[in-house]
Design a protein around this ligand. Structure first.
Ligand SMILES: Cc1cc2nc3c(=O)[nH]c(=O)nc-3n(C[C@H](O)[C@H](O)[C@H](O)COP(=O)(O)OP(=O)(O)OC[C@H]3O[C@@H](n4cnc5c(N)ncnc54)[C@H](O)[C@@H]3O)c2cc1C
Length: 337
């Protein structure tokens, strides 16, 4: 391991100042420390933010919820208001990692976690994300877990988070403090597609600290499902995941639909124009299959991962059926209903 300096941030301003001078935040450490041990990340200065007062989960005056950046994944998943108003988020969190990891992992760290691409982790292979300009080992390599949407010739990695897929569907906003002051970032503008600069996972600026995430009041609690398809039933990242949320009229027709996909792109994949197609429709597998085609338009396989296109199509239909029927995917009994 490379030598690094460690310091504990005293408050948000101190953290931002230290990060602006080349410091790297560490929160739960469940991703960053792994990457340091693998020599993938080599920060010179670690700024420990874990003791900052950013772990609160509290209601907003507009009926929404503010989640502190240091709220642990386990605490967020089990929070009474999350269970009641945003069960989609709770379900997505419970689909991820293991109990031990969820006890350590923070909301901010989950947003910022890096790809699980084999080539990003293997320092003996080229990777434009780890070492810009070196090439992409995944293109033409083993691509089972790689992107089918929004990839570029420079990078076909996917974002691995479950939590972020639910937050994308819910239309969250990210609160940030930085050297230029505070700002908010709409969720869809936070993570980015790789283009020709895959070293940047998101649009966070130099020295900026995530302070929290706001959820709007509508939580789609009546009709939702988080369906995660993976190689093992637990403790594995998604090959494809679907966060589906519906608001239904009294006559059963769809008033509003939200669908985000995980495991398929460099960011949670959502197309609001395609979602609008579902408004006014009666829920049903034909309508959902048409929607899946629209959401997956342009999907391209890279050899090993071609199966993901059909898998995603079927998972979207199944998750929307579960949401419409009010029978969300259980994260305890993981067999698909
Ligand atoms: C074995 C294993 C299995 C896993 N399985 C899953 C899974 O199935 N699904 C899933 O979604 N995740 C999974 N994870 C990933 C896990 O969710 C992340 O490691 C965790 O969420 C990261 O949070 P952390 O607080 O530990 O982040 P850290 O490791 O402390 O930090 C990660 C990154 O975030 C940055 N950062 C942290 N906080 C902030 C902040 N407030 N502002 C700005 N930057 C910040 C750090 O600088 C660092 O770059 C798994 C992890 C492991 C090790």
């Amino acid at each position: 391991m490379n030598p690094f300096r460690y310091e504990r941030a005293l408050d948000v301003d101190h953290a931002v100042q230290a990060a602006s001078q080349g410091g790297r935040f560490i929160a739960g450490g469940t991703n960053l420390l792994d990457l340091m041990k693998e020599n993938v990340e080599r920060p010179r200065r670690l700024v420990d933010i874990s003791r900052l007062n950013l772990d609160r989960i509290e209601p907003l005056s507009d009926g929404g919820l503010r989640i502190g950046a240091l709220a642990r994944n386990a605490d967020l998943a089990g929070h009474p208001q999350v269970l009641r108003q945003y069960p989609l988020l709770s379900s997505a969190l419970m689909a991820g990692a293991s109990p031990q990891l969820r006890n350590m992992a923070t909301t901010g760290g989950n947003l910022m976690q890096r790809t699980r691409c084999y080539y990003f982790y293997d320092t003996a292979t080229p990777c434009n994300k780890r070492s810009p300009g070196s090439g992409c080992g995944a293109v033409g390599g083993c691509t089972r877990i790689h992107a089918i949407l929004g990839a570029s010739e420079h990078c076909i990695a996917v974002h691995p988070s479950d939590m972020c897929v639910a937050m994308a569907a819910l239309g969250a906003t990210i609160n940030v403090a930085g050297p230029q002051g505070r700002r908010t970032i709409p969720f869809e503008e936070f993570h980015r597609l790789p283009g020709d600069a895959p070293q940047y996972d998101n649009t966070l600026g130099e020295g900026e600290l995530i302070t929290g995430v706001d959820l709007p009041a509508e939580g789609f609690a009546g009709h939702y499902s988080y369906l995660k398809i993976r190689d093992r039933l637990s403790y594995a990242f998604a090959l494809v995941s679907v966060a589906a949320a519906l608001r239904l009229e009294d006559d059963g027709r769809i008033a509003e639909a939200r669908v985000a996909l995980g495991g398929v792109a460099h960011k949670p994949w959502r197309l609001p124009d395609a979602e609008r197609m579902l408004a006014g429709e009666t829920p049903g597998s034909r309508v959902f299959a048409r929607f899946a085609d629209a959401l997956l338009e342009g999907a391209t396989g890279q050899g090993d991962n071609e199966f993901k296109i059909e898998l995603a199509c079927r998972a979207i239909v199944r998750a929307l059926e579960q949401a419409a029927n009010g029978t969300p995917q259980s994260q305890v009994d993981k067999r698909i209903a």
